[in-house]
Design a protein around this ligand. Sequence first.
Ligand code: ZN
Length: 445
Amino acid sequence: MHDRIVARARTSTLTAVRTVFRGARWPGDVAVRHGRIEAVGVVAEEPGDEVIRCDGDLITAGLVNTHHHLYQWMTRGRCVGCDLFGWLVELYPVWGRLDVEDVRAAALVGLAELALTGCTTAADHHYLVPRGDDSVFDAIVDAARTVGIRVHLARGSMDLGESRGGLPPDHVVEDLDAILASTESVIARHHDGERVVVTVAPCSPFSVTPELMRASAELARRHGLRLHTHLAETVDEERDVLDRFGRRPVDLLDELGWIDGDVWVAHGIHFDDAEVARLGGAGTGVAHCPSSNARLGAGMCRVVDLEAAGAPVGLGVDGVASNEVGGLQPELRQALYTARQRANRAEAFMPTDALRLATEGGARCLGRDDLGRLEPGFRADLVVWPGDDLGDVPDPLAGLVLGPDRRARHVFVDGEPVVRDETLLGADERALRRDLTERARRLWT
Ligand SMILES: [Zn+2]
């Protein structure tokens, strides 16, 4: 069904002489040539420039989503009163019924929603491979190409089923050797280091074995790839790891070779002071997912302390089954509120801090030194935000972070248009949603 909804052409600016975004209220003009930012501020006109008027609007670097489970769009609005373990136990069997076309449909909608809300790079942690069919990863990559944004494809995995003391039912986990062979194959099929970046990503301490964690780290480092997993999301996880291993989650990961500068973890909430210092010293990144954490009552990440210790911190939507909002832009406001609530101080976290997390902090988590800043030489991943309602707001960036949820006016990746005039160019957004709704209904009958 997806074939008939992918058909709109994008015109490329990679071949144009130069594109100039002119007259934005912040930061002024931006010039783009050959997929890179050439100049920011005041740009003199050149013959042949393609000019895009941005009067009154804001331009930022494209947002970077450091943690997502795109497939979860199939199971929104369920288990709304559950904590993490209760929520997982109810949803694992449903996720076990997903097929490849379901994952494709969810990835198309999830990535479209991200693009429309200003996200240009998305990390998808996909750890469900029903019946061992790893073409689910091909489907996610296809969806990213259709929508037009970058994907950091985290080849997730689970090998610890219920019968061996894990949380997931046995029929949704894979065999360790099959996981490693498939991961090698996914790297060979898809990793290009720019538009599709593969990451090795065992799921969580309560769904994988220490053997899989060690073997995954070895495999990733042999290929020069990064590692990702869930860590310290809930007090239940901490108790489970203490019961089974006699140590705290960070100590366990450290023993397995995972507290290092090529790793970023999702959530990272329940760290003591010494653990925050260890993570910062090692340069281990944290994907902060404030709305998901709030929905599941998981706790509040120590963002200010982690950044002060030197840890990269980015923002994540997390799956839409625990967030219900698929856009990254509202997470900026939520991150600011969460940091201030945790610190009991308003000045602890400012709008520019939230924007930094969502752009360069996320790029650091993903190991991308070519993304996340609106500066000459960086890739031309940028967002033009409508500023029509912010004309009377003294600081437009504060208006963007604290004001109402908004969609991007235009989105460019590598200088190529992905969203123009709030419309996705690569596919018909409404058709994608209709297709997904039909598929999701089927799961529950
Ligand atoms: Zn997650």
